[in-house]
Design a binder for this molecule. Structure first.
Ligand SMILES: C[S@@+](CC[C@H](N)C(=O)[O-])C[C@H]1O[C@@H](n2cnc3c(N)ncnc32)[C@H](O)[C@@H]1O
Length: 188
């Protein structure tokens, strides 16, 4: 069963890579990186901001199936969320995914204080990255990692976010030159 689901997942991801631009998906290189971080750090609880059709979510859930963790993923548009639902279902990971639909800032603001994440993947409205960063801070574990996409592809829109991470003494960060560019921030 596992081997079959692995094959279905690989085939689904290859298929989704054909419409990468239409759904604004991360690059496969970024997917490999976030998948590796989750496994290496034995991440248990991931928050994804920006589900789209579930492509990055498949990289995340593939790793979480190994660690025994769970994904909470936020998407504004119900049509995209429905497509993601079908992709997760096809790949046998629905049992570890919680879908939240609506505006990410409002949803994060309304999370209860005991909702804690050890990995946050930011990939929604670029101009609001700084807001997401401030809002997720109370929900991070001490070892939490934040990865944000489109750092070099949308430099003007994400500059306030980079500045906020840079100024925050609790965090260290690196920018990695994969397609689109990612910022990796961690407490340290
Ligand atoms: C770049 S795409 C996400 C791609 C996805 N992470 C992947 O790589 O497969 C950004 C997604 O965020 C959603 N989005 C944009 N602004 C949002 C907001 N304010 N709240 C929630 N979702 C939002 C968009 O509808 C879009 O589907």
């Amino acid at each position: 069963m596992k081997a079959l689901l692995d094959t279905v997942t690989s085939e689904t991801m290859k298929e989704l890579e054909k419409t990468q631009k239409e759904f604004w998906n991360i690059s496969p290189k970024t997917g490999v990186l976030i998948n590796t971080f989750i496994k290496m750090m034995n991440i248990q609880s991931v928050l994804e901001i920006g589900t789209s059709n579930g492509y990055s979510g498949l990289w995340i859930t593939k790793a979480l199936k190994q660690t025994g963790g769970r994904l909470t993923t936020i998407e504004y548009y119900d049509k995209r969320q429905r497509i993601a639902y079908e992709n997760f279902k096809k790949c046998g990971v629905l049992d570890i995914v919680r879908f939240l639909q609506g505006d990410a800032s409002s949803i994060i603001s309304s999370l209860s204080s005991d909702e804690i994440f050890d990995f946050v993947f930011i990939d929604a409205n670029k101009s609001e990255y700084v807001k997401y960063f401030e809002l997720i801070k109370p929900h991070l574990t001490d070892k939490a990692l934040i990865v944000a996409d489109n750092i070099t592809s949308h430099p003007e829109k994400v500059q306030t976010f980079i500045d906020a991470v840079d100024l925050d003494k609790d965090f260290q960060y690196e920018i990695v030159d994969v397609p689109g560019g990612i910022l990796i921030a961690y407490k340290g």
